[in-house]
Design a protein around this ligand. Structure first.
Ligand code: ZN
Length: 256
């Protein structure tokens, strides 16, 4: 069994298309999306449609929720982006020809967690699926890590921080650095428990500007793949939209 797991697309259509093309070449059995399909990026509607069409499992992220309900706990730039995103979704849904493809209905019905045997899928963490961050430096907070690990059957797949890697119960953080000429880094899964952050498709923040996603193979190893995409096109679109801070476009080149 081979499953691709994507997360944090954030309305970046160029990155999503490049990742889906890469996934097609990997011949996976299923695609799961861990949320934040929208927010920050210039193509929320197109990304929701693609994810809806291509993924067998889609979870709700905090930005998706913010775009549907009242944005809460976001900084002012993110909140402005979320309000703009909501307007795009509502404009789409208001057009009569789109009545059968209501994007807000689709997002509004997404679950926050999904469990399959001893595998768990969330946006944030097993403890607070929608909005808890588990950062690499949290390995120095063993209490936090052990509390969250108590809720994990075997493996928990998550996103939200935009930083890919594997957390062991050690606790340790295994970072999948992919050098420039390579397309992937492979990490063998610990036999006990692990949390796997699959990284971000549309706004990587680990210093590598390539889109990131993960493939879980036979529940034994994870391949973290990096995919180049034309980020200058996405950045230009962001710069052209007044409600999206220029910074949101500039950071795509840096992968920060
Ligand atoms: Zn996100």
């Amino acid at each position: 069994m081979k499953r691709a797991i994507i997360s944090d697309i954030h309305g970046n259509l160029e990155a999503l298309q490049a990742v889906l093309e890469d996934i097609d070449r990997q011949r996976v059995d299923a695609i799961a999306c861990l949320g934040d399909v929208v927010g920050y990026g210039p193509n929320p509607c197109e990304c929701v449609k693609l994810v809806r069409d291509r993924c067998t499992l889609v979870l709700l992220g905090n930005h998706d929720q913010g775009a549907l309900f009242d944005p809460d706990g976001f900084n002012s730039g993110a909140e402005r982006a979320i309000r703009w995103t909501r307007m795009q979704l509502e404009l789409h849904d208001r057009l009569p020809r789109n009545a059968r493809a209501m994007l807000t209905d689709f997002l509004g019905e997404l679950p926050r967690t999904h469990t399959e045997g001893d595998l768990m899928f969330v946006h944030g963490s097993a403890r607070r699926p929608l909005d808890e961050y588990v950062f690499p430096e949290d390995i120095y907070d063993p209490l936090k890590m052990s509390h969250i690990f108590e809720l994990v059957g075997r493996y928990c797949f998550q996103g939200h921080t935009h930083i890919p890697g594997v957390f062991t119960t050690g606790p340790e953080f295994l970072s999948p650095t992919v050098s420039k000429g390579d397309a992937e880094a492979v990490i063998d899964m610990p036999t006990h428990k692990a949390m796997v952050n699959v990284g971000s498709v549309g706004q990587p923040r680990d210093g590598d500007n390539r889109a990131c996603y993960a493939i879980l193979e036979d529940d034994r190893r994870v391949r973290f793949r990096r995919v180049e995409y034309p980020f200058t096109i996405t950045a230009r679109k962001i710069h052209d939209i007044a409600d999206l801070d220029n910074f949101l476009g500039d950071r795509l080149e840096k992968g920060r």
